[in-house]
Design a protein around this ligand. Sequence first.
Ligand SMILES: Cc1ncc(COP(=O)(O)O)c(C=O)c1O
Length: 403
Amino acid sequence: MSKTEQVTEMYKKYVMNTYAQKRVMVKGKGSKVWDIDGGVYLDFVAGISVLNVGHSHPKVVAAIKTQVEKLTHCSNLYFNESQPKLAQKLSELSMNGKCFFCNSGAEANEGLIKLARLWGHDAGKYHVITMKSSFHGRTLATAAATGQTKIQKGFEPMPEGFSYAEFNDLESVKAQITDKTAAILVEAVQGEGGIIPATKEFMTGIRKLCDEKKLLMLCDEVQCGMGRTGKWFGFQNYGIEPDAFSLAKGLGSGYPIGAVVASPKLSDIFKPGNHASTFGGTPLACEAALATIAVIEEEKLCEAAGRSGELFKEGLEAMIETYEHVKEVRGMGMMLGVVLDAPAKEVVDIMAGMGLLALATAENVIRFLPPLNVKDNEIEEALDIMDDAMAQWHGIEKEESAE
Ligand SMILES: Cc1ncc(COP(=O)(O)O)c(C=O)c1O
């Protein structure tokens, strides 16, 4: 039995079967990851947009090591020194308001929803309009906020207070507004939905609509935040600011942390007793996040995401000409999707077998979320692997290179 088979057996016996894994990963460095039987991969999944600074960045590792020996946790019954530093940083990078810390994306979105409900409570406003094909998490409220019935199936009745509009269709959003509407929640780039960027008209239109109708504009930055789209936060590509947004994934480079980041208007809505989290904003989580932000700043990774994204996108677009099942390349920065006219899973499996990790999303989209500091030669290598995988999948015999 291989080591992979041994671990697989243990999973089967002891871990609830909610995923469909194949590989056992044991080590990561930069843009590479190794499996337990010695396989090495270019990791263009990056923990689903978690490892924006790459695996085990030395500065993040050092920050965690230092803090773990000093103070890991003391509960929010007491202040810690790291939490306000992180809140200050996130506020300065965005809307100069205040933050609440939690542990995951779903929890950050729950925080946004609760914030919107508390804000609208006395006026009887608690409905949140979200978008079809959005993704906001797997807790009951965030699954209800998610505009995909497959996420909700079997868990009905879902919590009340959500309605769904067509993404990138302002009229459809307008049609959902009632006197109970408190907020509109949107991703600047839908990730799980298949890497679909919002249009400029849509994002600026929602902002205007929220101002006119006195609603809150909320952005889910869990997947598209932390430099991934070429700006710190996805909404910054549109020249607008929401009233609050959620963060998680790339914030802690793999150390779990989520955040609700509010504008001044929403910064003092929560009062003691309204909302809390045992693990939210521990010194350890905040130091991991502070180190992550420092790396993104020092290595200019927002700019790098824009530049590398262009390079990668060009290479991917070239495949539209060569391969008949490749229809479109879309996305922003280092959040790119290759749209096929067939299910993407098969070709994603072939690529993994050849040493390139990507995700199959929304049935027919290959989703790439590489570390933002991936090297140009690694992008070239990924494109070569993808080309080989595409040729195999299309049943095309590739000519041997003359070199
Ligand atoms: C946009 C978005 N929001 C929320 C979530 C949920 O985050 P978590 O899995 O950390 O709860 C995800 C996860 O994929 C996401 O992509």
